[in-house]
Design a binder for this molecule. Structure first.
Ligand code: GLV
Length: 334
């Protein structure tokens, strides 16, 4: 029997690729660059399955020509790059990778927080530049994490994992979110204090963002919100770049309205090398690597392949964004 043709917009870790190769006729965009729209538009019409990344816009024009498509599977937990409503309208299930990257992403958000608080990157540059001449009682003083207040905006899986880590550092944890409150079964989270968004901004020494990008969270952090934060506060973003208004952040950092920002995600991505944020000494930017551990990326690739293969077989995807394609089921959680 012939294998179903599928499209990959990038090479994914081998474990996932092996699975796909075994069961599918794989056509892949081989370069380490975002797949060109023309290539996608040329090849998607014959594809039964599409594996994509958060860098690819799977929007109406793409879906309009994807007449054979039975399933879309993204190697990401965030799916703001896919027009879910259009997929659902066409009966196309969309797979994603929740749960598997929670701890790795929280590790990284915590790493950013520590690096920012204790000025790790500045210290490393100082040494490399040959400027380390003596130990000094007043040099590169940072902020303590222990006993400080961490404000978590968005208390889903990653926000909760962040709270568990903060507890190990004796931090006070404030959280705000639309739904999740802590229950007695939530080990390590009982001390989390739920507050409204404004209070979290006002009382926290560190604010870490863990919301998905939606129309409601677009520019959730703008001028007003930054002004509400402490002048000593540090903002961490491992969610999506567009959750922050970058112009407002530039102004706030430049005028020391807040002390520092550590960003794994930017708007746009990649951030242009001449972006104003890169001129600031109180802004640390890394290239969207929060889930980038060997083990986690491999698991994400397998999960992506499993979702795709299930869709090709007409089976329910193990991790699905739009279960409404199957009827009235509720969105599944990992
Ligand atoms: C990473 O940002 C993801 O959505 O998986």
């Amino acid at each position: 029997m012939s294998k179903p043709p599928i499209l990959l917009t990038r090479r994914i870790p081998q474990a996932g690729l092996d699975l796909l190769d075994r069961f599918c006729e794989v056509r892949m965009w081989e370069k380490e660059a975002v797949v060109p729209t023309e290539w996608l538009m040329e090849h998607v019409p014959s594809a039964k399955g599409l594996v994509c990344l958060l860098t690819d816009q799977i929007d109406k024009p793409v879906l309009d020509v994807a007449s054979s498509l039975k399933v879309v599977s993204t190697m990401a937990v965030g799916y703001d790059h896919i027009n879910i409503a259009e997929c659902t309208r066409r009966g196309i299930p969309v797979g994603y990778t929740p749960g598997v990257l929670t701890e790795t992403t929280a590790d990284f958000a915590f790493a950013l927080m520590m690096a920012a608080a204790r000025r790790v990157v500045e210290g490393a540059s100082f040494v490399k530049e040959g400027r380390w001449k003596t130990w000094s009682p007043t040099f590169l003083l940072g902020q303590d994490l222990h006993e400080a207040t961490l404000g978590i905006v968005g208390f889903g899986r990653i926000g909760q994992a962040m709270a568990r880590r903060a507890k190990g550092f004796s931090m006070r944890v404030l959280a705000c979110c639309a739904s999740k409150q802590v229950g007695p079964q939530d080990e390590g989270l009982q001390d989390v204090e739920f507050r409204d968004f404004q209070t979290v901004l006002k009382e926290s020494d560190f604010v870490s963002l863990h919301v998905p990008l939606t129309p409601q969270t677009h520019h959730l952090i703008g001028k007003t919100e930054l002004q509400r934060m402490k002048t000593s506060s540090i903002l961490i973003n491992t969610a999506r770049g567009r959750v922050i208004d970058s112009d407002a952040l530039y102004e706030a950092l430049g005028h020391h309205v807040i002390a520092y920002a550590a960003l794994d995600v930017t708007d746009p991505e990649p951030i242009p090398v001449n972006d104003r944020l890169l001129t600031l000494s109180n802004c640390l930017i890394v290239p969207h690597i929060a889930s980038a551990s060997v083990a986690t990326r491999s698991k994400m690739a397998v999960m992506t392949a499993d979702n795709l293969l299930a869709g090709l077989k007409g089976e329910r995807l193990p991790f699905i964004v739009n279960p409404e394609v199957y009827g009235n089921a509720k969105k599944e959680r990992a």
